[in-house]
Design a protein around this ligand. Structure first.
Ligand SMILES: NC(=O)c1ccc[n+]([C@@H]2O[C@H](COP(=O)([O-])OP(=O)(O)OC[C@H]3O[C@@H](n4cnc5c(N)ncnc54)[C@H](O)[C@@H]3O)[C@@H](O)[C@H]2O)c1
Ligand SMILES: [Zn+2]
Length: 347
């Protein structure tokens, strides 16, 4: 069973295994004695997997209090955050108790932010059930909720104590959501792992799923450990995200995150080639892999709209924007440019 160790703060393990949710108590035994757990999930995941977690923990002597939110990005609100804090207070949670986030990135971000702030922080575990959450959002300690003014505007860096990804849950994940996770895995290949990229290009994701998830987590681990607070190297994880976020926003969030990042990666790779930062075959290879996993490579919005949305997003940082540019497959670099130069990277 792949285990990836993050030596950050108190340190924690990310374990990836098949059909383990019902056996969660066994995984927790070396880490926590049975106590009170808040199981936070969304309505879809609740129907599919919450009973397995609750029954297993209860049989091992834990007390489980469950809180279910509606499925989807619209649940990541300040109102639901407050509701969750109220729930923890009503259920008399103490600092030694545990918050379990069972679901995708929305539940992980919401429950993580509540865990970071209730009583100034209680134990927090991630049980990711989407591919995106397994390879990205459950690892690294970013937690957040949205404001009407924008996504993830309130949050905290708060590392989990343990992450357990049960790959069996991916069997019920809709193909669109699977593709979202695939986009982030392709990103890791472009950033730092040419052999991983080649494996993805050969269509091996589903076949080698557990090993590839583990590889993706290990890559993210290296960035997070090097730069927990996103002040330098970790920013490379934003490959494809500058234009991706712009596309997401312009679509009113109808284009899901991973799909928008796929478009963003295709666009910035073409821009990097145009600026002679990489060979022309780099954007071609990236687009081919994205297509292989049913991801889009072209923007439905005109370049001027994307530049305006991306520039607007970054104005707060004083007119400069840090782009992540591929140099070759497996190597990228940060480049800070004036927002006025942004259009040179969009063709
Ligand atoms: N914290 C971070 O570092 C980080 C990184 C990337 C993304 N994010 C955040 O993650 C969120 C996106 O995450 P997501 O794509 O997982 O979205 P999500 O949590 O909304 O999950 C997507 C959909 O899949 C459903 N679902 C989840 N697991 C399922 C399963 N096993 N079977 C069937 N359906 C299932 C959910 O109910 C939901 O409808 C965004 O809010 C984004 O901001 C955070
Ligand atoms: Zn992303």
């Amino acid at each position: 069973m792949p285990t990836i160790r993050l030596d950050i703060r108190d340190g924690y393990d990310v374990q990836i295994a098949d059909r383990v949710l019902a056996r969660l108590a066994e995984f927790l035994a070396p880490r926590f004695s049975p106590r009170q757990a808040a199981l936070v999930t969304d309505a879809t995941v609740n129907r599919l997997y919450a009973d397995a977690v609750t029954d297993g923990l209860t049989a091992a002597g834990w007390r489980v209090a469950k809180k279910v939110f509606p499925a989807g990005e619209s649940a990541k609100t300040l109102a639901n955050y407050q509701e969750l804090l109220g729930f923890l207070a009503d259920e008399n949670f103490t600092k030694s108790d545990v918050v379990l986030a069972l679901g995708g990135g929305v539940i992980g971000d919401l429950a993580g932010f509540a865990a970071a702030t209730f009583l100034r922080g209680l134990n927090f575990l991630q049980l990711p059930t989407t591919l995106l959450a397994m390879v990205d959002s459950s690892v690294g300690g970013k937690t957040a909720v949205n404001l009407p003014q924008g996504k993830n505007l309130i949050g905290a860096f708060y590392q989990p104590s343990f992450v357990l990804a049960d790959t069996a849950t991916l069997a019920t994940l809709p193909p669109e959501n699977f593709a979202d996770g695939a986009a982030e895995i392709i990103k890791y290949g472009v950033l730092a792992d040419a052999p991983l990229f080649a494996e993805l290009a050969a269509g091996k994701l589903r076949e080698n799923l557990t090993a590839i998830i583990a590889r993706a987590v290990a890559i993210k681990r290296d960035y997070v450990v090097a730069d927990e607070h996103d002040r330098g190297k970790r920013q490379e994880l934003n490959l494809g995200h500058t234009f991706g976020h712009a596309v997401e926003k312009l679509s009113d969030f109808r284009i899901p995150h991973g799909h928008a990042v796929a478009i963003g990666m295709a666009l910035i790779a073409r821009g990097a080639a145009r600026q002679n930062f990489c060979d022309a075959e780099v954007p071609e290879k990236i687009a081919a892999v994205l297509r292989r996993y049913d991801l889009p490579t072209a923007s439905p919005f005109p370049p001027a709209a994307i530049v305006a949305a991306a520039a607007n997003d970054k104005k707060r940082r004083g007119g400069q924007i840090t782009l992540v540019l591929p140099r070759r497959i497996g190597e990228c670099a940060l480049q800070t440019v004036d927002v006025k130069e942004l259009e040179n990277y969009l063709i």
